[in-house]
Design a binder for this molecule. Structure first.
Ligand code: NAP
Length: 296
């Protein structure tokens, strides 16, 4: 029996472990892949308060070591089911906790085109607020037509010299208020009814082949491509007992409790406004301290 079982070893989950271990709780962290979550893909982190610059990998490794030094038990097993009585089933074992913290994160949806993985961190990014600053006075493209893509284009218009917005249709899923704002920005150009056919470069991305729905291919020089085609939470396995929103994020009235007492949520897995490192670690700390208070 563990005091707290944490599902997910990204920044939210590891921070929850840090706080729980420092309170002398018996903690198990379960992770399906590698520790660190999405942040390990960040080339540089420059927006974490108090840290001038650090790579995502170094940040995640520091956090992992901090937790390991406190004696964390971390097992690389895939959680396949949780139950109301705080039983956690993995592909290998079954565990029980007094509390469970779900920190399963979300994955950025990929374009699934050739060489996309090759240029991640070398021109391709999935987070404008994280990486936009690396493209100061450079040419970038944003792909997508939702609120994220529109917001990203507006954000980047203050940083980059030129922004292409590439969208597969000629109408937008994103809100009109963002479109109105975009129209005021002279450095944003729309390439509509278009998708990315190919990404080109050597070590770094240098251009995109964009194909329109007539089959015409246009090569545009870019230094960066921001992919904003949606995110995918990974909460399907919890939907039998937990309330999720229409996109699959875990609902929480106060950002920490789920609909089941003793099961908490932290980080990108939950419904929230800002999915960033700083909000993920904040969630982890709050989830752990709340779980501890409520089990005593
Ligand atoms: P989204 O609303 O699901 O939009 C994804 C966009 O990507 C859509 O325009 C979609 O095109 C396009 N797309 C999907 N797969 C693609 C592919 N393989 N190739 C090219 N284009 C593709 O995702 P989101 O913008 O990340 O927003 C997610 C949710 O968060 C939404 O509810 C959004 O309103 C919300 N959000 C809110 C705010 C805010 O309120 N400030 C900010 C950001 C996000 P189609 O339209 O053709 O399907």
């Amino acid at each position: 029996m563990y005091d707290i079982i944490i599902v997910g070893a990204g920044p939210a989950g590891l921070t929850a472990a840090l706080y729980a271990l420092r309170a002398n709780k018996k903690v198990l962290v379960l992770e399906a892949k590698n520790y660190g979550g999405q942040i390990v893909n960040a080339n540089k982190i420059e927006n974490y308060p108090g840290i001038l610059e650090i790579s995502g990998f170094d940040y995640a490794t520091n956090l992992y070591n901090q937790v390991k030094n406190l004696g964390a038990e971390l097992k690389y097993e895939t959680v396949i089911r949780i139950e109301r009585d705080k039983a956690v089933f993995t592909n290998q074992n079954q565990y029980y906790g007094k509390a469970i913290i779900l920190a399963t994160g979300a994955e950025n949806r990929k374009l699934e085109i050739e060489n996309e993985n090759k240029y991640i961190g070398k021109g391709i990014s999935y987070c404008a607020t994280c990486d936009g600053n690396f493209y100061r006075n450079k040419i970038v493209a944003v792909v997508g037509g939702g609120n994220t893509a529109l917001e990203d284009a507006i954000y980047l218009s203050k940083i980059a010299s030129k922004i292409y917005v590439i969208h597969r249709r000629d109408s937008f899923r994103g809100e009109n208020k963002y479109l109105e704002e975009i129209k005021k920005e002279e450095n944003i150009e729309f390439l509509l009814n278009s998708t990315i056919h190919k990404v080109n470069g050597d070590d770094f991305l240098t251009s995109l082949d964009v194909i329109d729905n007539q089959g015409n291919i246009k090569n545009i020089k870019v230094d960066g491509l921001f992919v904003a085609v949606g995110q995918m939470p990974k909460n399907e396995i919890f939907q039998n007992i937990l309330e999720l929103d229409q996109y699959g994020y875990i609902l929480s009235n106060d950002g920490v409790h789920t609909n089941i007492p003793g099961i908490y949520v932290a980080g990108d897995a939950r419904v929230k406004k800002l999915r960033q490192l700083v909000t993920a670690v904040s969630d982890g700390a709050i989830a752990a301290t709340t779980a501890i208070q409520e089990m005593e």
